[in-house]
Design a protein around this ligand. Structure first.
Ligand code: PMT
Length: 220
């Protein structure tokens, strides 16, 4: 049989949520379970790729043959991803926080007497995917995900263009039977002059189909 297209390639994958700490006991997070990114890492390792998986806090075992780097915050994820470069392929499946608290309190935040509201000030995090895509000389393919609740194609194509990606995998979130937390997912992948629809299936199966497309796009 022909060797797999990904055999021997260095594949860097981010997965899971990030947790942005407010104080020693609280954080701002999101619903990502890591299942999609871990399925991609497992499938790429089975194809003989050298896989580095930068993971936010998740409850999943490390897939066989995968080198895993655990992180918590968006800032730590950025550092770990950049430190793992160069890679042939980067797949950004993590749900990275777009905003992080301006300050992390050193002590537990207390209720303020006489006030019924609390305002948090958040600041933008750097976009890891865009930063990796800007290092094009070391990468053959940069793949992003787009999690959208509406206008999926419009926003996904916007991210493809703005972040200078080779491929973006758009999934609708906030619906039953797909997206965050679920074992299943449906997606549409977009590139400059094409797209491919992946109907709902197990994330393990979708990961195989996405790697087939990634292998095709390497030669495009
Ligand atoms: O983990 P699961 O429960 O399996 O769910 C993950 C998923 C199935 C929803 C997954 O497929 C997915 O869509 N992951 C990305 C979720 C997301 O944060 O999308 P976004 O549209 O907010 O971000 C767009 C892209 O930019 C992503 O590739 C993201 O990794 C990247 N990004 C975003 C912000 C930031 N500061 N840095 C980034 O790199």
């Amino acid at each position: 049989a022909a060797p797999d297209r990904l055999h021997g390639m260095r594949v860097l994958i981010s997965a899971g949520p990030t947790y942005e700490d407010l104080d020693p006991v609280r954080y701002v997070g999101n619903r990502s379970s890591g299942k999609m990114g871990y399925s991609l890492a497992a499938a790429a390792a089975r194809r003989g790729a050298q896989v580095v998986l930068v993971s936010g806090p998740v409850q999943l075992p490390t897939p066989p043959g995968v080198q895993r780097v655990d992180v918590r915050s968006a800032a730590q994820m950025r550092e770990a991803v950049l430190a793992a470069l160069p890679a042939d392929i980067y797949i950004g499946a993590a749900a990275v926080a777009d905003y992080t608290p301006r300050q992390v309190a050193q002590q537990k935040l207390k209720k303020t007497a006489g006030s019924q509201t609390l305002t948090l000030e958040l600041v933008r995090t750097p976009d890891i995917l865009a930063e990796v895509a800007a290092q094009e000389q070391v990468l053959k393919l940069v793949v992003g995900f787009a999690a959208e609740t509406h206008d999926v194609e419009k926003y996904a194509r916007g991210k493809l263009a703005d972040k200078h990606l080779d491929l973006i995998v758009a999934n609708q979130v906030g619906i039953a039977g797909g997206g965050f937390e679920s074992d299943q997912n449906a997606a549409t992948a977009y590139w400059n002059d094409g797209h491919r629809v992946f109907p709902g299936t197990a994330k393990t199966q979708l990961a195989e189909q996405l790697l087939d497309l990634i292998a095709e796009r390497l030669d495009a």
